[in-house]
Write a protein that binds this ligand. Sequence first.
Ligand code: KG4
Ligand code: ZN
Length: 339
Amino acid sequence: MKNKLLAIESSCDETAASIYDMQKGVLSNVYFSQIDIHSKFGGVVPELASRSHLEKINFIVEQALLNANTKLNEIDAVAVTNKPGLPGSLLIGLSFAKAIAWSLNKKIIGVNHLEGHIFSSCIENKVPFPHLCLTASGGHTAMYLVEDFGKFTLLGQTLDDAAGEAFDKIAKLMNLPYPGGPVIEKLAEQVNFEDFFHYPRLSHKNLDFSFSGIKTAVLYDLVNRGAYNLQEKKFLKDNDEILKQKVASSLLVAVADIFIDRIKLALKDKPEIKALTFVGGVACNKYIKNRFSEFAKSKNLQFFYPSPQYCTDNAAMIAFVGNYKLQKNQIDNLELDIY
Ligand code: KG4
Ligand code: ZN
């Protein structure tokens, strides 16, 4: 009996492949990040993303097989991200997966990228159900009630920008490189994550988020400090490290506060929740993780997060979901499409 799975992820700006063994777990997790291609534009350019996927996918899949000491004919099924994402990018991964499935007569399993993130904390940890999952990246920010593998309910999501997107856009305002999140964390660290400028924390009665307000608040605060020219759309304090550190620090504290406020509200009528998980690219952030860890302790909850390689977009999380779908016989066919 074969017991290995190949997973492919190409929904945005990472070309990724992973080999997963149903008994041993992740055997390889390989990716090519397009950050250098998109950084000069301050965000992902869809056309460039799909061209790069096309160039890299063959090599990345070969590398994943090589690292896992596995031959293509040893795999039992191909799991592939088919939604949501950039259409051109998704199509490259799906077409590649279909070609393998068709030519070698393998099973094909479509995986929702968000489901991949939601269960990414389960790759390395035994996370109890039900738990609350906060997923935050450059494309999505949402909270889910997770009751079992494959069983989750959306509780709230961002009404405008994703949290990572807010970091990226605010970084761009200050001429900092893309992606903004890691740069903002490094700057904030220099001033010990203090709340210098106290940006507004908009509060809703439901569990949705909003991050475009904080971006505007930072912009106008910079204008008022004489650090940004609105007419010319120009940052005027490139050499003022202290200002950048203070903005970054105040921003991180505000975002962590907003997250914790929403989580508190979500937990209010759900005493059955056993754990909190934090996933997606923003879950690389040590400060926010520390804040969550303290909060979880105060509520007697367990707290889990994936290691950084499983936070940002990766194929191991797609393999993990593909594997439990395979066990449940939730197989697709070559009609599988992108969404
Ligand atoms: O999951 P991901 O790789 O791609 C998407 O699906 O969007 O997440 C990328 C996002 C970017 O917006 C980036 O700024 C943010 O995650 N990010 C961080 C950190 N590392 C990456 N945000 C805050 N702190 C970090 N250390
Ligand atoms: Zn993602």
